[in-house]
Design a protein around this ligand. Structure first.
Ligand code: UTP
Length: 414
């Protein structure tokens, strides 16, 4: 251990992060060991590059940004709907579909103390978000007589609480054997001077590495292998925070199979220029998404000759992939994007500082950066009121209150 400590000290000194060991002596032997392992396996060079990246804004000026072609559900004829539904149902019944829910986010905007999926949005049934989502799979089980495997991506921070919640609620009546959890990767959070923050235990404060971490985490945790063993071909991936997400959609799946696309995503028409959603586009001829935090005002507001948003297809984090693509992509490194967030930390005097304003950089890979690896994708434009009820903020727009109303309207609950 002494040797490990001296190498760790050397590494930290090289990168100006000596303060990381400030509370080392107060840690238990086990924690000390864990900390040294974390330091020794940390890519400080990468962290330095990431810190430098906080000083520049993403720039799309040198890229050619164009609208992306889409298929609107509303434009499909009854015959087309039936045809695609038949193809999709066949694949579902043959057990070729699996669902992944990304629930590793911090949910800082909602401010709920537990994992976001455990939140009760106030329905009369008091179903949690996880239970609402699970209803999708219970209904599919009844309709298609298959237990669609459900994989939930958690983070180091919320994995234990998530599993405990599922256990306590007996997996909401869905077979436990069909549910699997896996933990995503993490990266340290740094302050505005590039220094790694420490948590309440005096350890490095690490945060989930973004929803783009999902592919690598699926490989590292054997999820892709497990899917292959089960004969899964199609993987629907969505966030935990859209309570109208349609996990099992035969038309969407059938259309994707028919069009022979390894990647497909659902979109809804962007409601207003500054809506906090990413938008689909073509960037230098490749499918892409520009996140709301990275788009310029001009581009967000740009309209076409008919007065519609030029980039009007909002990303609702409903994606479907062929397993072959995920196997290929899971060994690639997606780029990291910078987020400026509130993070409590332990200062040099050992006092816990409660952040009231954003104070720390977090680095996140975005799932949609995978699109640059495919020549083309299917964007399926669906109706907002049928498939999009996000729970992001504690109050106001995209809050439990607005999501509840959308959910109740869709399900005709008075
Ligand atoms: P958001 O981008 O809304 O982030 O995630 P968030 O962390 O949940 O919320 P805020 O920004 O802190 O308020 C979109 C989806 O991606 C998942 C989230 O759980 C959510 O379902 N996600 C996000 C992960 O699984 N891991 C991550 O590292 C980030």
């Amino acid at each position: 251990m002494e040797e490990k400590l001296s190498i760790a000290k050397e590494m930290l000194a090289k990168y100006g992060q000596e303060h990381v060991l400030n509370f080392y002596q107060e840690l238990s032997k086990e924690e000390q060991n864990k900390m040294l392992d974390e330091i020794l396996t940390m890519d400080f060079k990468q962290l330095e590059t990431l810190y430098q990246s906080t000083k520049t804004k993403p720039n799309f000026e040198n890229s050619k940004i164009e609208p992306i072609p889409y298929v609107a559900k509303a434009d499909l004829t009854n015959e087309e709907m039936e045809k695609y539904a038949k193809i999709g149902k066949e694949a579902i019944k043959q057990g070729k579909l699996a669902v992944v829910t990304m629930a590793g986010g911090q949910g800082t905007r909602l401010g709920h103390s537990g994992p976001k999926g455990t939140y009760d949005i106030g329905l009369a049934s008091h179903k949690s978000i996880f239970e609402i989502l699970c209803d999708n799979l219970k209904q599919a089980k009844e309709k298609y007589h298959v237990d669609i495997p459900w994989y939930l991506m958690t983070s180091d921070e919320n994995n234990a609480d998530t599993i405990a919640f599922f256990e306590k609620n007996q997996y909401f009546g869905y077979p436990k054997s069909a549910v699997q959890f896996f933990i995503q990767g993490k990266l340290p959070m740094i302050d505005t001077n590039g220094k790694i923050l420490l948590d309440e235990n005096g350890m490095m404060k690490q945060a989930a590495d973004g929803h783009g971490g999902v592919f690598e985490a699926m490989r590292r945790n054997g999820v892709l292998y497990n899917m292959k063993e089960k004969g899964i071909e199609w993987i629907f991936i969505s966030g935990v925070d859209n309570i109208l997400a349609k996990f099992v959609d035969p038309v969407f799946l059938g259309l994707q199979i028919e069009k022979n696309m390894q990647t497909a995503s659902k979109s809804v028409v962007k409601a207003y220029a500054e809506e906090k959603v990413g938008v689909f586009c073509k960037r230098d001829g490749k499918p892409s998404v520009i996140e709301y935090s990275e788009i310029s005002k001009e581009l967000a507001e740009a309209r076409d000759e008919k007065g519609r948003f030029l980039l009007g297809d909002a990303n609702i984090v409903n994606h479907q992939f062929h397993i072959n693509l995920l196997e290929k992509i899971s060994v690639e490194k997606l780029p990291y994007h910078v987020a400026f967030k509130k993070a409590n930390y332990k200062n040099e005097k050992g006092e816990m500082i409660e952040a009231t304003e954003p104070n720390a950089y977090k680095f996140e890979a975005f799932l949609f950066d995978i699109f640059s690896y495919v020549p083309d994708m299917l964007v399926f434009r669906v109706k907002r009121e049928e498939e999009f009820a996000p729970v992001k903020n504690a109050t106001g727009k995209d809050s439990p209150e607005t999501a509840k109303e959308l959910y109740e309207n869709f399900h005709h609950i008075q």
